[in-house]
Design a binder for this molecule. Structure first.
Ligand code: NAD
Ligand code: GLY
Length: 384
C-alpha cells in the first residue's frame, strides 16, 4: 500500500509517496514530467553499491538518460569539493535547463544534490529518493538544501523544493542499526512539537518501531511527513513557525560542531539536544517533571543517547551564538511547555543554560557542586 502526503505550496506543491516497491511510481512520474530527459543520479558509495544499478536501470527503462555519481558516504561530502563534482558530472553528461537530478540516499546526498540542483544553470528540478529514516521523515521534505563550511554546518544553502519524494520503506532493511536509531530521534521530535497523541502512540509501539515493522513504519513516516508538510506550508522560508522543527537543534548542532563532524550522528546529537531543551523547558517553561521523564525515557528506549559528552561549555556557547538562525547574539531555543506543544525564539538566562548543561553531562564538571546545589529542575523532579 502506498500513502501519499501532499506538500501544498502553490506551484511548488509536490507529493511524498510512502510505501514499498516504488520504482514503477518513480519511473512513471519522471517520464511524465521530463520525457526523454537527461538526469544525474547522485548517491553515496554505501547506498550506491546496493541500489544505484536498479534505479539507474529503472530510469533508463522509462526512456530517460541517466548518469550516476557516487560520493563518499559521510557528512564531509556536503562540501564545496563534492558540490563541484556534481556540477562537473552534470556538465559532462550534457545536462541543461531541461534536465533533472535524483538524490538517492540519506540527508547528506539529499542536501548536496538539492543544492546542486538549486544552483546548476540557475536551478533545475530534482527528485528526492530518501533511503535513511532521517531523510524520509525530515531532510527530503521541505526544500532546505545546502553544504557545510569549516566554520559551521549548512552555512551555504538554498530553499529548493523537490518535484516529488519517493520514500521506499523497503530500503530501510539495509540501513545500519545506529543510523536507524538516529532517525528515530527526529520521529520523536514530531510528537513533542506537534502531536501528543502521536507521542503516546510511539510509546505504545516502541518495540514494533525498533523492529522496523513495515505497517508501523508506514503510519509513523506518513504522520511525520504530514506534520512537517503542514509546518512548511505555513512558513516555507522559516520566517517564523518553521523554527519549531528545530526543537533540540540549537544545542544539538553545537554538539555536532564541537565534537567534530561524524563523531555523533545527527540524530544522536539531536537526541541529546532535545533532552537539553526539555530540561530548559522544565526550568523556565512549565514542562512537568512527568513529561520530562517521558521524553528522556522514550529516547532511552529507542537506544538514543541522553547524556552529553564532556566538551568545553564556552566553546559550545560560542557555537550556539553563531547559529545562522540567530540574528541576535544570545542563543534562542524552542521550548515545550508540554508534550505536543512548543514555543520558539525563547531566550534563556545564561546561568540556567550553564547549570542545565552540567545536569545532562555524562560526568558533571563539579560533582560536589552539582550535589550541593541541585538545579531548580532537579529539585522539582525530586519533589514531584
Ligand atoms: P547520511 O546521509 O550520512 O546517511 C547515513 C548513513 O547511512 C550513510 O553512511 C549512508 O550511506 C547510509 N545509508 C543511508 N540509507 C541507507 C540504506 N537504505 N541502506 C544502507 N545504508 C544506508 O545521514 P542522514 O542521517 O540520512 O542525514 C544527515 C544529514 O541530513 C545531515 O547532513 C543533516 O544536516 C541533514 N539534514 C537536513 C535536513 C533538511 O531539512 N535539509 C534535515 C535534517 C537533517
Ligand atoms: N529540519 C528542519 C527544517 O526542515 O526546517
Amino acid at each position: 500500500m502506498t500513502v501519499t502526503v501532499q506538500v501544498n505550496l502553490g506551484e511548488r506543491s509536490y507529493p511524498i509517496c510512502i510505501g514499498c516497491d516504488l520504482l514503477a511510481s518513480l519511473q512513471a512520474e519522471c517520464a511524465r514530467r521530463w520525457p526523454g530527459g537527461r538526469c544525474l543520479l547522485v548517491t553515496d558509495r554505501h547506498v550506491g553499491q546496493i541500489y544505484a544499478s536498479a534505479y539507474e536501470g529503472a530510469l533508463r527503462e522509462a526512456g530517460l538518460v541517466p548518469a550516476v555519481l557516487q560520493v563518499p558516504a559521510r557528512e564531509s561530502s556536503k562540501s564545496r569539493k563534492w558540490l563541484h563534482a556534481v556540477y562537473d558530472a552534470a556538465l559532462e553528461h550534457g545536462m541543461g535547463r531541461s534536465s533533472f537530478m535524483v538524490a538517492l540516499g540519506g540527508g547528506v546526498v539529499g542536501d548536496l544534490t538539492g543544492f546542486a540542483a538549486a544552483t546548476f544553470m540557475r536551478g533545475i528540478p530534482f527528485v528526492q529518493v530518501p533511503t535513511s529514516l532521517l531523510a524520509m521523515v525530515d531532510s527530503s521534505v521541505g526544500g532546505k538544501t545546502g553544504i557545510n563550511l569549516p566554520q559551521g554546518k549548512n552555512l551555504i544553502g538554498a530553499f529548493h523544493q523537490p518535484s516529488a519524494v519517493f520514500a521506499d520503506l523497503e530500503t530501510l532493511a539495509t540501513l545500519p542499526e545506529r543510523e536507524y536509531r538516529s532517525g528515530l530521534a527526529e520521529v520523536i521530535k514530531y510528537g513533542i512539537i506537534e502531536d501528543a497523541w502521536f507521542f503516546t502512540a510511539l510509546e505504545n509501539q516502541a518495540e514494533a518501531l525498533k523492529q522496523r515493522d513495515m505497517e508501523t513504519l508506514a503510519r509513523v513516516v506518513s504522520r511525520c511527513c504530514e506534520i512537517k508538510s503542514e509546518v512548511v506550508r505555513f512558513d516555507e522560508k522559516e520566517c517564523g513557525v518553521r523554527a519549531i522543527l528545530n526543537f533540540g537543534h540549537t544545542f544539538g548542532h553545537a554538539l555536532e560542531t564541537c565534537s567534530g563532524y561524524g563523531k555523533l550522528l545527527h540524530g544522536e546529537a539531536i537526541s541529546i539536544g532535545m533532552v537539553y531543551a526539555a530540561h530548559l523547558s522544565h526550568e523556565v517553561s512549565d514542562l512537568s517533571a512527568q513529561d520530562l521523564e517521558r521524553i528522556e525515557w522514550l529516547l532511552i528506549r529507542m537506544g538514543l543517547p541522553v547524556k552529553a559528552p564532556p566538551l568545553d561549555w564556552k566553546e559550545l556557547y560560542a557555537v550556539m551564538q553563531k547559529d545562522k538562525k540567530n540574528q541576535r547574539r544570545d542563543p534562542l531555543f524552542v521550548l515545550a511547555p508540554r508534550i505536543g506543544n512548543v514555543v520558539h525564539g525563547v531566550e534563556v538566562p545564561q546561568a540556567i543554560m550553564r547549570r542545565t548543561w552540567n545536569a545532562i553531562l555524562d560526568q558533571p564538571e563539579n560533582q560536589e557542586e552539582a550535589q550541593a546545589e541541585p538545579s531548580a529542575g532537579r529539585r522539582r523532579r525530586a519533589d514531584g
